[in-house]
Design a protein around this ligand. Structure first.
Ligand SMILES: *[C@@H]1O[C@H](CO)[C@@H](O)[C@H](O)[C@H]1NC(C)=O
Length: 128
């Protein structure tokens, strides 16, 4: 989602337009507290946090998809899938910036998704 007074958006614009970075890697990780919170969030009724809740809700769409497609998986495994799906949401949001779209079309920018698993010591990557 594009928000005009967003520090993240200006950092990305600076990196892409001024510094001309050639690659952006969005990295998720194992045992993510934000992802656990998102997956534990009640759909209705009061939740414990406000700022955290607004932030993790960016991944709400990913949560719904993961729950729909992985209903039979244990909670921890659903977290693992959601850690990757949330990266995919970030990659999709990145692509909504016009200057990112422009560089992708020109082939001067690469978007990579990744997940670092510090429990098993693995690092998985995929192209956006
Ligand atoms: C994330 O995106 C990749 C590449 O499009 C896709 O293969 C993968 O299934 C998506 N979701 C997850 C949970 O990895």
């Amino acid at each position: 989602k594009e928000t005009r007074h967003c520090s993240v958006g200006s950092a990305i614009e600076f990196a892409v337009v001024v510094l001309k970075v050639e690659c952006i890697v969005v990295i998720g990780h194992s045992r993510c507290g934000g992802i656990r919170e998102l997956l534990s969030l009640k759909d209705e009724g009061p939740n414990a946090y406000h700022f955290i809740e607004d932030w993790v809700k960016i991944g709400m769409e990913a949560k719904k998809k993961v729950q729909r497609e992985n209903r039979l998986l244990p909670f921890d495994d659903q977290c693992t899938v959601l850690e990757k799906e949330a990266v995919n949401i970030s990659l999709r949001n990145l692509k909504s910036y016009p200057f990112v779209k422009d560089r992708l079309n020109k082939g001067t920018l690469n978007l990579i998704g990744a997940r670092y698993d510090f429990v098993h010591g693995s690092f998985e990557t995929w192209n956006a």
